[in-house]
Design a protein around this ligand. Structure first.
Ligand code: PEP
Length: 254
């Protein structure tokens, strides 16, 4: 299975000048580079979706959004639907990111509705889950992750599972420069694989990609991805720097 390298640009690149600078650096960095075993996906702010699908999307790089809504169209002020994503050339959406859960009240039920519509539209969901520091401290990590996954996958069939990439993002590691041990990450990977095996059977569960996200940097890739045998990484801040982001992609393109 090739490794996923997903960049979440979050609410950045606030001016067109910054956006152009980003494109220029990315283009320069991509020159002469080939990625055989790394799937690179960049998720820009939604207002730039078309700029990215027109200027960045190619054989090496796919484009996604950082959030999505669970209805096709209608009176849902401020929301963006999977149909719009698809029509503008995007193929992925991050769903259930801890910042959306924490600041905007996204629940497991909402995550489930979003994933279900993405599946219907044949689009890929990047399903984020993970525990807070308080939950970890109280010994609740596996219980929290189990319910996030079980509720997020409610009524989703094995063929739907093929349209989901799982991303373990411990909330305490996102944006903090604190990272878990390789063993801690591996334990969660085993837990997720077990939940999926019980629900869908080994045949489907073993095909699923399980990524790590939270303060990923090129120099910590061994600890957070290679040693625990993850299927790739979800990168926040470091993805704003195309040099570092592609360094991560190159290291995983083995
Ligand atoms: C993220 O936003 O998903 C993330 C992992 O952020 P960072 O890499 O900045 O911790």
């Amino acid at each position: 299975m090739s490794k996923y390298v997903i960049g979440n640009l979050k609410m950045n690149l606030s001016s067109l000048a910054e956006l152009e600078r980003y494109f220029k650096t990315l283009k320069n960095e991509l020159k002469g580079k080939n990625f055989k075993n790394a799937e690179i996906i960049i998720c820009p702010p939604a207002v730039y979706l078309q700029n990215f699908t027109q200027k960045v999307k190619n054989k090496k790089i796919k484009i996604g959004l950082q959030n999505i809504f669970w209805e096709r169209n209608g009176s849902f002020t401020g929301e963006i639907s999977p149909i719009m994503l698809k029509n503008l050339g995007g193929e992925y959406a991050i769903i259930g990111h801890s910042e959306r859960r924490g600041y905007f009240g996204e629940t497991n039920e909402m995550v489930n509705l979003k994933i279900k519509l993405m599946i219907k539209e044949r689009l890929m969901s990047i399903f984020c889950f993970g525990e807070t520091m308080e939950e970890r401290g109280a010994g609740l990590t596996s219980g929290i992750i189990s319910s996030q996954i079980q509720e997020g996958l409610k009524d989703i069939t094995p063929s739907g599972l093929e349209k989901i990439i799982f991303a373990y993002e411990p909330v305490w590691a996102v944006g903090t420069d604190v990272i878990p041990t390789s063993n801690g990450i591996m334990e969660v990977k085993i837990l997720v694989r077990k939940i999926l095996t019980e629900k869908y059977g080994m045949k489907y569960a073993q095909k699923v990609a399980i990524l790590y996200g939270g303060s990923v940097k090129a120099k910590t890739l061994n600890q957070v991805c290679l040693d625990p045998g993850m299927d790739g990484v979800l990168v926040g801040r470091e993805s704003l720097n195309p040099v570092e982001f592609l360094k991560i992609a190159k290291s995983l393109d083995v």
